[in-house]
Design a protein around this ligand. Structure first.
Ligand code: CTP
Ligand code: MG
Length: 555
């Protein structure tokens, strides 16, 4: 109850009194910033967070006139950017030039007056527009220009790809079609910022940051929103009082483990989100997982959200993936293509289980790129050696240091085409000695497995952990069989690296499009069947070697 009473004060404080920082337009995916070269992830995130703090999310009636709507809102101050999208109705994201405009807007908003229902009196920056203020006259037949927040269907993608002229272009087109848009990225930061207002009821100085595929450069439209409740921003957290003289310390509750603190914090925040978080539905507290979390759906944005706390190593691995993706444009295209291919064939899944995860798959792709000759991306050890004193980062005894200044990284000149890389990726993992070796992007070379597991991928930072511990033998075998099949299919197309002449491209998917069609490899048995259909010499020997390997007794 006390918490509810203080929510309004906190909300005002969080949007109203912090200093106004200069706004930077077009942070992510826009190279027009003042600095040369790509921005670091932390710089991009700071810009996006700043935009989000000055933004509101408004549910609009379908007959809203954009002109009247903007005129109505601009009474509270200049608007930097706005856009509309559809998700259980039409919503608008509006970013003001100044934070005090948000305070002014909230002061002018009324509490809804609904019969037969009771309100939980929690005010937030999620608002609803009532019809009188900005309705268009019926004669105008308005249609708000909504920005899509979902991807095109796979069939449409296959058609689109079949119209491209090379596999390289196909991989570029797939990335373009599925990557997060500027608007979707803004919406993700806004949802984090709205959630921060809820968490601020308990921890007024906290921050909620997105991590994982929402920000690592590899997210596709519709991916989940991983959020991290950062309490390290609380002032004085790492303050060391002087050794001599008087000093004051806060009295705090104590528990016997960091994990227990995380669980308690997430438990109360989860309750708060469940009871008072506007738009948050289906809240589940999953506190006994290795990484405790609160899962819920944020209806107005359509995002499936996972809120964690004390998860700073995951933030570092997000930064690392982002850095690799920015080093060479082929990295993101290959990752998007392989991740999409894996999803299309059920190698990855949205349901947790024994499947390979997108994160594991991405690490496997990075490893493959480190193994090229010459390598396309450096090893993590190399990135650590290039780090300066400001990059030093040790999290609970784990060394997460690596260089943040892109200009210090010298790349070797590798001219492989994306088509070559894709084909060789499939071949590489069709023949990889999974039964004996572990994948290690820190060293950039495979190492003997330290423990028994069908697939072993060393966690880049917490090196004693296996990122793919969940994967079982049958899932790994399916992945290998599909790699074989796709390597074979691409090799079949080698005779015509360009789209075939004549015929309708819609009826004649080619190149990457053929790899996305339903597979003939249903399971291990399918592999033999495929072999009988006739393969090229290279793939034949590949199939043979795999068959022999499968006949070896398993460890
Ligand atoms: N992570 C990690 N170790 C793991 C799993 C996840 O460090 N074993 C970190 C990674 O930084 C990862 C993030 O947690 O990017 C989020 O995990 P997850 O949601 O599983 O992966 P995403 O990369 O976000 O991919 P997806 O689009 O499937 O959500
Ligand atoms: Mg994720």
């Amino acid at each position: 109850v006390k918490c509810l009473n203080t929510i309004e004060t906190i909300l005002r404080r969080s949007v109203g009194t912090e200093p106004v920082v200069a706004h930077t337009e077009g942070a992510q995916g826009d190279d027009s910033g003042e600095k040369d070269g790509p921005k670091s992830l932390s710089e991009l995130m700071a810009d996006r967070q700043e935009q989000a703090e000055k933004s509101v999310l408004i549910s609009c009636p379908s007959r809203t006139s954009e002109k009247k709507f903007l005129k109505f809102l601009s009474k509270h101050g200049d608007i930097n950017k706005h856009f509309f999208y559809e998700s259980y109705g039409v919503y608008a994201v509006v970013e003001f030039a100044r934070r005090d405009s948000v305070v002014s807007l909230l002061e002018s908003a009324a509490i809804p007056n609904v019969n037969h229902e009771c309100m939980v009196p929690f005010k937030s920056r999620l608002l609803s527009l009532s019809n009188q203020s900005s309705a268009a006259s019926p004669a105008q037949q308005p249609r708000l220009p909504c920005r899509p927040q979902t991807t095109i269907a796979i069939n449409e993608l296959i058609q689109r790809l079949s119209r491209e002229d090379s596999v390289d272009d196909q991989m570029g087109a797939l990335t373009e079609a599925y990557q997060l848009t500027e608007e979707n990225s803004r919406l993700r930061f806004l949802v984090c910022s709205l959630l921060k207002d809820v968490a601020a009821a308990y921890f007024p100085e906290c921050t909620i940051r997105p991590f994982g595929s929402s920000v690592n450069g590899f997210g596709k439209l519709g991916c989940d929103l991983d959020m991290f409740l950062d309490l390290d921003t609380i002032s004085g957290w790492n303050f060391k009082p002087p050794k001599s003289g008087l000093s004051l310390e806060y009295q705090m509750k104590r528990t016997n483990s960091e994990r227990h603190v995380t669980q308690s914090i997430l438990s109360v925040i989860g309750e708060c989100v469940d009871h008072f978080g506007p738009g948050c539905v289906g809240v589940q507290k999953i506190l006994n997982a290795r990484c405790p979390l609160v899962r819920f759906a944020h209806q107005p944005s359509g995002f499936q959200c996972d809120l964690t706390a004390n998860n700073r190593v995951a933030m570092k691995s997000t930064e690392l993936l982002y850095l690799y993706g920015e080093l060479d444009p082929r990295v993101r295209r290959l990752v998007f293509t392989v991740r999409f291919w894996a999803r299309a064939h059920g190698v990855t899944s949205s349901i947790p289980g024994a499947w390979i995860t997108n994160f594991s798959l991405t690490v496997m792709i990075l490893f493959f790129l480190q193994k090229r000759s010459p390598p396309i991306i450096p090893t993590l050890d190399r990135l650590r050696d290039l780090a300066g004193p400001a990059d030093e980062s040790v999290i609970e005894g784990t060394d997460c240091t690596f260089v943040s200044d892109f200009s210090k990284i010298q790349l070797q000149s590798n001219t492989d085409t994306l088509e070559q890389l894709l084909g060789d990726f499939f071949e590489f993992y069709a023949t990889f000695p999974f039964s004996r070796m572990s994948i290690n992007i820190r060293k950039g070379r495979e190492q003997n497995k330290p423990e028994v597991a069908p697939l072993h991928i060393q966690n880049p930072f917490e090196t004693s952990l296996n990122v793919s511990k969940n994967v079982n033998t049958s899932q790994l075998d399916r992945f290998v069989a599909l790699c074989q099949e796709s390597a074979w299919l691409l090799q079949q197309g080698e005779a015509r690296t360009q789209r075939g002449s004549g015929g309708n491209c819609m009826d004649n998917p080619w190149g990457l499009a053929t790899l996305l069609l339903p597979s003939k490899v249903a399971g291990i048995k399918g592999r033999k069947k495929y072999k009988k259909e006739g393969a090229s010499e290279r793939i034949k020997s590949l199939l043979e070697s795999l068959k022999n390997k499968n006949e070896e007794p398993k460890r």
